[in-house]
Design a protein around this ligand. Structure first.
Ligand SMILES: Nc1ncnc2c1ncn2[C@@H]1O[C@H](COP(=O)(O)OP(=O)(O)O)[C@@H](O)[C@H]1O
Ligand SMILES: [Mg+2]
Length: 386
């Protein structure tokens, strides 16, 4: 922020009229001292109540001068009051020595109190100014911080995009290489028909793999906003268990459902079904020896937690931070997109997905979904991909 703007802010929005205002205030206060003095001269000495009152009336403009203009203003006011008042003491009360001494003492008090209040007011003003300056500096620092955070986010997004493209290129290169080889062989005229058939099938499989890779990638790259409807978590888990049950049985895996009573949740049930299916399939793949997958749901405050607990191999500690990254996979035929899509869908619902290894064996994936539709949490790199 340029210096002059900053000063403007310190002075406040009335900066133009502030000087005039101060001068007017000073004039009014000095005028008040003059008026009080005049009243002294004009009031007959017989008014024994009015005189002491008028004498104390000086304190008001003197104190205000000290408050508004500091010790210098206070001293100036005290001096003016003294100069205007002393002739009156000499003229009107000169004969009464005791009373005049009391008056002089009163004037001395002006000179004690005015600078004292003035110094205190000055101190407070300085303090206030310091606080204001600090506030301005703080807001400047905050703006700078935000700008640099934005920069970090942008470079983060770019590097995420680069990583993503590199991952995709890598995933495409393998099937493409296999396809190229198969096509080359198929071009040979002397090829026996069963070999030709074999390589044609191989080429077909690679094309399928590429297609599914691209479909998954598009799911990830262009996430659809959730079409929310109220869904019973228990019903959802039941349908997943039925849907994946047959496939799981082939791998000797049983799926059980343990759904506690919860409120219905506003979710896109197709999307969340896709997430749960991904988790269940991963769990089946992690249990080559078979076992049990437990699908659970319970409510925690304003959110429903869905968990998928398996008895598989668990996740190596060095991989646990990376399993939600696109293209991260430990399986030879994996795409590494299942969990990143799951992550994206859950965040699109304003929820969270997390994972931990079970104490005995296997892993647990937990999805926390707010019951009322919340604002989606879109991470910067997801936004970039839209
Ligand atoms: N239930 C699980 N148990 C152990 N490892 C898992 C489990 N779920 C996922 N993983 C790990 O996370 C990786 C990424 O999973 P995912 O994104 O679904 O991709 P993919 O299934 O194609 O490998 C898997 O390769 C595996 O190493
Ligand atoms: Mg998977």
């Amino acid at each position: 922020m340029p210096g002059n703007m900053r000063e403007d802010r310190l002075r406040g929005s009335h900066s133009l009229s502030a000087g005039t205002q101060r001068r007017m205030r000073a004039a009014v206060l000095i005028g008040a001292i003059v008026v009080v003095s005049l009243l002294h001269y004009l009031t007959p000495t017989s008014h024994v109540i009015l005189h002491p009152l008028l004498q104390r009336a000086y304190y008001i403009p003197i104190l205000l001068m000290a408050l508004w203009f500091g010790w210098r203003g206070g001293l100036l006011a005290a001096t003016i009051a003294g100069i205007l008042y002393i002739p009156h003491i000499v003229m009107a009360w000169g004969a009464n020595e005791e009373y005049s001494v009391a008056q002089y003492v009163e004037i001395c008090m002006f000179f004690v109190i005015a600078p004292l209040i003035g110094v205190l007011a000055d101190q407070e003003r300085k303090q206030k100014q310091k606080i204001q300056e600090t506030a301005v500096k703080l807001s400047e620092t905050y703006a700078q911080l935000q700008a640099s955070m934005e920069q970090v986010r942008r470079s983060d997004r770019l590097s995420a995009l680069g990583e993503l493209s590199a991952g995709l290129a890598h995933e495409i290169r393998n099937p493409l290489g296999a396809l190229e080889g198969a096509v080359e062989i198929l071009q040979r005229s002397e090829l026996p028909s069963d070999t030709r058939q074999e390589f044609a099938e191989m080429a077909g499989k690679e094309v399928d793999r590429l297609k599914s890779l691209l479909t998954h990638f598009l799911d990830f790259a262009r996430p659809q906003p959730p079409q929310r409807t109220l869904t019973e978590p228990a019903v959802l888990l039941g349908s997943i268990a039925r849907l994946a049950g047959e496939t799981a049985k082939l791998s000797h895996v049983e799926i059980s459902v343990d759904a506690q009573e919860t409120a219905p949740i506003a979710i896109d049930s197709e999307q969340i079904r896709q997430v749960l299916l991904n988790l269940v399939l991963n769990a089946v793949q992690a249990m080559p020896e078979g076992g049990e997958i437990s699908l659970r749901s319970h409510q925690e405050g304003g959110a429903v937690i869905l968990t998928v607990v398996d008895q598989g191999v668990g996740i190596a500690p060095e991989n646990i931070e990376r399993i939600f990254d696109p293209f991260f996979t430990t399986r030879p035929t994996g795409t590494g997109l299942g969990l990143s899509i799951a992550h994206q869908i859950v965040h699109g619902h304003g929820g969270e997905i997390s994972v931990h290894n079970n104490p005995d064996r296997g892993a647990t994936f937990a999805i926390r979904l707010p019951i009322a539709a919340a604002q989606p949490k879109t991470s910067p790199d997801e936004r970039d991909l839209k």
